[in-house]
Design a protein around this ligand. Sequence first.
Ligand code: PMP
Length: 306
Amino acid sequence: MDAKILYMNGEYIPAERGFISVRSHGFAYGTGVFEGIRGYWNEEQKQVYLFRLREHYERLHRSCKIMRINLPYTVEQLIEHSVELVKRNEQQQDVYQRPVAYKSDEIIGVRLHGLHDDYLLTSEPMGNYVEIGGLRCGVSSWRRIDDNAIPARAKICGSYVNAAFAKTEAIQNGFDEAIMLNHEGHVSEGSAENIFLFQNGELITPAPSENILLGITRDTIIQLAQKELGINVRERQIDRTELYTADEIFLCGTGAQIAPVIEVDHNPVGNGTTGPIGQKLQDLYFDIVRGRNSKYLDWCTPVYSE
Ligand code: PMP
């Protein structure tokens, strides 16, 4: 069932009243920024935990700054809206929240300056995670947008056209997901996921300057690998051919969570099944996000507190 309530322009309103104008600047030109946040239902505790809300809203603020969007709420206020919206929808299930800050003027004329901005937040039920058992990926012929074209480190609505080209090409070529290279031909990320390779006993992931979104799941994995598995993590340039020699590869993101890659361009990764490091990180991650690991409760915002 779809959510009944959403938050828009400072009010909680019935979802059927949640419209923006067909003339809205954000719609015509993609001049908005957004986040994707997951909340996980914990059945034993009858609790929804929203994962790493603070980091999502800090990133939203940075995206707004890059796009010259005035977001009139502090991180604390944005967190409050997220919690309140789950409550108002009486959600006792996994949820996916989408905050969007966008240029709302109904004008023709492409620019960033001198425009009004609006903000909305939705909280939709999200089905249980289905184990997909390993992704078959293809290296995309579409290049990841460059920092000097549309900044990849901001989560800008319009930049998802780039992701959509890559994703559709991958699906039409019979793959599950795309791996995108940047303009220099180095590995960047999936269509909407960051990427990790495990080789020679360490995890490697593209450095921030490789035109990636600085993912919150990426940060979670870096911390877990180091603290829980004692594995060294290196952020560096990665060549395409390393995708063909890595022992393990996985994609990660709020939506994808941790998704092992079992093939790249029809070459098996490792022995062609989920590897032990990806599996361990996945197990840790699923416990943590549902609030079942007391060490990482700081990352989980409870909705239904006493
Ligand atoms: N890269 C891109 C392009 C994305 O859209 C996403 C999803 N937000 C990610 C990486 C992963 O980021 P996060 O872990 O913060 O969801």
